[in-house]
Ligand binder design. Structure first.
Ligand SMILES: Cc1cc2nc3c(=O)[nH]c(=O)nc-3n(C[C@H](O)[C@H](O)[C@H](O)COP(=O)(O)O)c2cc1C
Ligand code: SF4
Length: 617
């Protein structure tokens, strides 16, 4: 493990000293009820403090009723928030962690459930991504919002917090005010930093003992222009990426791979305006974080998903122990967008801190796990950690199942490699048997069946011998150069196969049988897939369901108007029509987990695999 002397050294942010430079930046947890923190919220942050996080910034917290982003946004302007803050502060500060809150107004960015409140903004310009059509704020409403920030800052101080961060990132209200083209006003609130400066001054006055920071999106030209104006008003500057208002920009808010690691680094220089700089986005490796600080790119780093995955990352980094690495799957932000409590596909304990303590086996059992995909690996790892003797049987030459297959695809290569590396460590000490076909019940006290799934191919003569997306990912290549892929839209395999074939010189048409391309993927992944597919010259056809194939022509029908047929000439057809469970092996008394129960995502596979062994005596 490399030396981490910069990362693990203290840092002063105005009146507050951080014990180290690892920051959990603001992120909505949906562990919020009635706009107030729940016990689960406290336990979630306490776990990250106990793991040694230097600074926690609580999630975007509304300063005014008009700025509540969702039904689960904390209401920083309600007096009841004080008791909530105090509970979190007591839990977190006991470990030396410094606790901040991000004060926030979303302006025209609103994800609220119906009946939706009216949206407000500097000017009445519709916003692309959430399809919001705001009205322009009146001057007295702007003054009310400034007062809302000051009032919320007073409550944060009463709540015992160490500091306040103003969110001027992601094209939320402050950025809407300082971004030309979004602010068309001609009054004293015309495009520029006035609102942000007024609020910074008001907050400082309302909470003079607290540290004050401001967060910008570093890929915003308008933010680059405004940042120097804040230099003397704040104790730190925090930078991230992204713009909530557009599909393309939103991807940057929580960028998944293949966005490069430490993606923020190349955007940091213009924000070195005086106060310490916290840089965040795709920093997952403590050694990379150390380098960024040592090289002066930033003074501290946000490692937000890294800490969502492994709350003990700072402690482990200090001890030279590898952390459980974030795989970049974006399940965490997908939960937020679905309005459900935060979870991590790689670590099922996240969001379940109150109820899911590590288990120790009361009795050492011989546990056999059949199937070495994510569910089986998770079951074996959990059983091994609990102290059981574990044998993991995998019928192919490698562990990983569908995730190992996905390593061939640009959209999944990093996820796959990180997940496999995590399990290589977690399975150290497990008896892993590859190319092991299990036909009989293994000799064990407990058996977990995690036999996974295979591609679904309709049992029709037309499709006999036709390649599937999985076979393309395994290295299979169609004859001829023109390929049409029939993609049902329920998983990424069709998109992955399209990219792999295009990169190998095929002319690819992708016929998508769902309402939207990549319908079940998280939006930020889908945005990146769409960009790559279009840039690779892949022809994308929408709303088409495969009807027949005669060896040279695929016929599709429109999913909404089935009488409308679309024939496509091609040398080869590739099928991505969903999956079916593999259930040939049945064992009385065995626990089942993952896709064998019905194919779903990585999140369910790892969760069910882990749960399968928690009930063992
Ligand atoms: C579930 C989730 C919710 C988020 N909510 C916020 C938020 O409330 N305010 C904010 O400024 N950034 C928010 N973010 C962005 C993170 O602060 C951070 O910038 C982003 O995750 C990229 O950093 P990372 O690569 O270290 O995860 C959120 C991220 C996630 C994963
Ligand atoms: S859900 Fe995925 S992206 Fe989010 S923290 Fe966990 S591993 Fe990382």
């Amino acid at each position: 493990m490399p030396e981490l002397s910069h990362l693990l050294s203290p840092l002063a942010l105005g009146p507050v000293e951080l014990p180290n430079r690892i920051v959990s930046t603001a992120h909505q947890t949906t562990l919020v009820h009635d706009h107030l923190p729940t016990e689960e919220f406290v336990a979630y942050h306490e776990a990250r403090a106990a793991g040694g996080t230097g600074m926690i910034v609580l999630e975007a917290t509304a300063v005014h009723e008009s700025g509540r982003l969702t039904a689960h946004t904390l209401a920083g302007y309600e007096p009841e928030i004080v008791a909530g803050y105090q509970r979190v502060a007591r839990a977190v500060q006991a470990y030396g962690t410094r606790l901040f809150v991000q004060l926030f107004h979303g302006g025209r960015e609103l994800i609220a459930d119906p009946p939706r409140p009216p949206a407000v903004a500097p000017s009445a310009i519709p916003s692309q991504r959430f399809h919001v059509e705001p009205r322009a704020l009146r001057v007295e409403e702007i003054e009310e919002i400034v007062a809302g920030y000051a009032h919320s800052a007073t409550l944060a101080a009463e709540g015992g917090l160490d500091g306040i961060e103003l969110s001027a990132a992601h094209n939320y209200l402050f950025a809407q005010f300082f971004t030309p083209g979004v602010n068309l006003r001609e009054d004293e609130w015309a495009a520029g930093p006035q609102l942000l400066v007024s609020v910074a001054e008001a907050v400082r006055q309302a909470a003079p003992g607290l540290a004050l920071g401001v967060r910008f999106s570093a890929d915003s030209e308008a933010a680059v222009a405004v940042a120097p104006e804040l230099a003397t008003l704040v104790d730190y500057v925090s930078i991230a990426l992204g713009d909530s208002s557009t599909y393309r920009g939103s991807t940057g808010i929580v960028p998944p791979p293949p966005v490069e690691e430490s993606a923020i680094a190349s955007h940091a220089a213009p924000f070195r305006v005086g106060p310490p700089l916290i840089a965040t986005s795709r920093i997952v490796d403590p050694a990379a974080a150390e380098r960024l600080i040592a090289e002066g790119v930033a003074d501290a780093v946000g490692m937000t998903r890294a800490l969502i995955t492994d709350p003990d990352l700072p402690r482990k980094a200090a001890e030279g122990v590898p952390e459980l690495r974030c795989i970049g799957c974006n399940t965490c932000i997908a939960h937020y967008h679905a309005g459900i409590p935060i979870a991590c596909a790689q670590n099922p304990r996240t969001g379940r801190e109150l109820t899911w303590a590590p288990i120790r086996a009361g009795r050492r059992l011989r546990v056999a796990v059949v199937g070495g995909g994510p569910a089986g690996m998770a079951a074996a790892a959990e059983a091994h950690a609990a102290g059981h003797d574990v044998v993991l049987y995998e019928s192919t030459i490698q562990l990983g199942g569908q995730i190992a297959l996905a390593e061939a695809a640009p959209g999944h290569a990093e996820l796959s490699a990180s997940l496999l590396a995590n399990y290589e460590r977690l399975l150290d000490g497990v008896d892993v048997r590859l190319e092991a076909h299990v036909d009989e019940p293994p000799d064990a006290d407990a058996v977990v069946l995690a036999t996974g799934a295979r591609p679904y191919v309709p049992d029709l003569p037309d499709f006999k011998g036709v390649l599937t997306a999985w076979s393309v990912l395994r290295g299979g290549r169609p004859d001829g150069k023109r390929v049409v892929i029939a993609d049902w839209g329920g998983d990424a395999s069709g998109l992955d196969a399209a990219e792999v074939l295009a990169a190998n010189g095929y002319r690819v048409a992708l016929a998508v049988g769902s309402a939207a391309l990549g319908e079940t993927l998280h939006a930020y992944q889908r945005n990146l897939y769409a960009a790559r597919l279009y840039r690779a010259g892949i022809e994308v056809w929408h709303h088409l369901e495969l009807a027949s194939w005669d060896g040279g022509r695929a016929t599709f029908s429109n999913i909404f108007a089935p009488e409308l047929e679309a024939p496509m000439e091609a040398d080869a057809l590739v099928l991505a029509l969903g999956r079916e469970p593999v259930r040939e092996l049945e064992i009385q008394g065995a626990v089942e987990a993952g896709d064998r129960l019905s194919p779903r995502s990585l999140e369910e596979a790892i969760l069910e695999g882990s749960l399968a062994v928690r009930g063992l005596a």
